[in-house]
Design a protein around this ligand. Structure first.
Ligand SMILES: [Zn+2]
Length: 391
């Protein structure tokens, strides 16, 4: 296919072999159908001074966005900026992964190239330092201006290459396409790459996830440069505003985190002991409180204890996240509807199972105060006040 022979060809005409409405079979094409983590090309079929979107859907078959009057031949133009960016990203991905592999024991799971941020998903024991080192190596190889060669080998010959990166279990063909960054990496790959590493221009890792699922996101070329510029500005603003040096930024953030954790721990410790306010409404105890800082699990545990030991309704709110909750004893199910109605009225959302409901509102304190009154009125109405009278 022409996209392999000359990945730099931006426009060419092709003979139409078969035409079935918007589907056409072409003799050859400059449009990559996608594969190996590289998305299909975007292209345009040109006719009568107009253009229709065209995509290579495989085996020479192309799908047009509309029926075009061409019968024998069709000129196709590729969205070159997008394609060239993908070629640069793809080549950078090879170099980066090889760089990572020389440092750590890693196993490539998935590549997802994009016209913006691309992603590499992998397994292995990798730390932040390894990522930074691999990025540095990648930039060196880009600067080296190494030639990138592509050629086909039989599976037999390919397997003789020591160090070839190949997803052996996924390969079904007898002919293997090899992409070689001369003197650095050889990989079995069907995608499109640049001819020289210098074309990549720049490479930057933008995001790193090193949990169970490991992922690195990156940008190349001008987008990488722009990202660095933005980060540079943000970082400088942070350190200038706080009169820090670059050497102090990390410890500054760590100190804030330590302090925050200590404060949160202290607040949580308080939560275990702070008492609720109790009111008598009809024949039930209405228990309530608004917390400046709440921790859901601790409070839920505490209020369930209350409603399980006496006939009570507990309402509480947490100002830190504007979450409101209510627990009630068996036999007081009527209170659930009042809670849900109030949530609805205040424009919030809520729900819950059994004797516990919760929701999200705009103002937790206001909500608790209002709901408390509604519930108290209803409790007196249903069960009578302390003298046994009802409204
Ligand atoms: Zn590749």
């Amino acid at each position: 296919m022409l996209y392999y022979k000359d990945p730099y060809l931006k426009k060419a005409s092709f003979k139409i072999i078969k035409k079935e409405g918007k589907k056409i079979l072409l003799e050859d094409t400059i449009l990559y159908p996608g594969g190996g983590g590289q998305p299909p090309d975007v292209g345009y079929a040109l006719y009568d001074g107009k253009s229709a979107k065209i995509e290579h859907i495989g085996d020479g078959w192309h799908m047009l966005s509309e029926d075009i009057p061409c019968e024998k031949e069709v000129p196709i133009e590729i969205d070159w900026d997008r394609r060239y960016y993908l070629m640069k990203s793809h080549t950078a991905e090879h170099i980066f992964f090889r760089s990572l592999q020389t440092r750590c024991d890693v196993n490539l799971k998935k590549i997802s190239l994009d016209e913006d941020e691309s992603a590499i998903i992998f397994e292995g024991d990798v730390g932040i330092e390894d990522i930074l080192e691999a990025e540095k190596h990648t930039l060196n190889i880009i600067e080296d201006g190494r030639e990138v060669k592509t050629y086909w080998l039989s599976l037999n010959d390919a397997e003789k290459i020591k160090d070839l990166r190949i997803a052996r279990d996924r390969i079904k063909d007898s002919q293997i396409r090899i992409v070689e960054v001369v003197g650095y990496d050889r990989s079995a790959c069907k995608g499109l790459h640049v001819r020289n590493t210098s074309e990549i221009g720049d490479f930057v890792v933008t995001r790193v996830r090193l949990g169970t699922k490991k992922e690195v996101r990156f940008l190349v070329s001008e987008k990488a440069k722009q990202w660095r510029r933005t980060l540079n500005e943000i970082t400088r603003k942070i350190i200038w505003e706080r009169n820090l040096g670059t050497d102090k930024l990390q410890s500054y953030i760590r100190n804030i985190e330590t302090e925050r954790d200590a404060m949160r721990d202290a607040l949580i410790e308080e939560l275990k002991h702070t008492s609720f306010t109790e009111e008598r409404c009809g024949d039930i105890d209405l228990v309530h409180r608004v917390f400046v800082y709440g921790e859901h699990k601790i409070l839920q545990h505490r209020v369930m204890d209350i409603v399980n030991t006496k006939k009570a309704i507990v309402i509480y709110g947490m100002k830190n996240n504007n979450v409101v909750c209510m627990a009630f004893s068996d036999g007081l199910n009527w209170v659930r509807d009042l809670f849900m109605e109030s949530i609805k009225k205040s424009g919030g959302k809520g729900g819950g199972r059994g004797n516990f409901v919760s929701g999200h509102v705009e103002n937790a304190e206001k909500f608790v105060m209002e709901l408390k009154k509604i519930i108290c009125d209803m409790a007196i109405h249903l069960h009578g006040d302390e003298n046994g009278k009802t409204d």
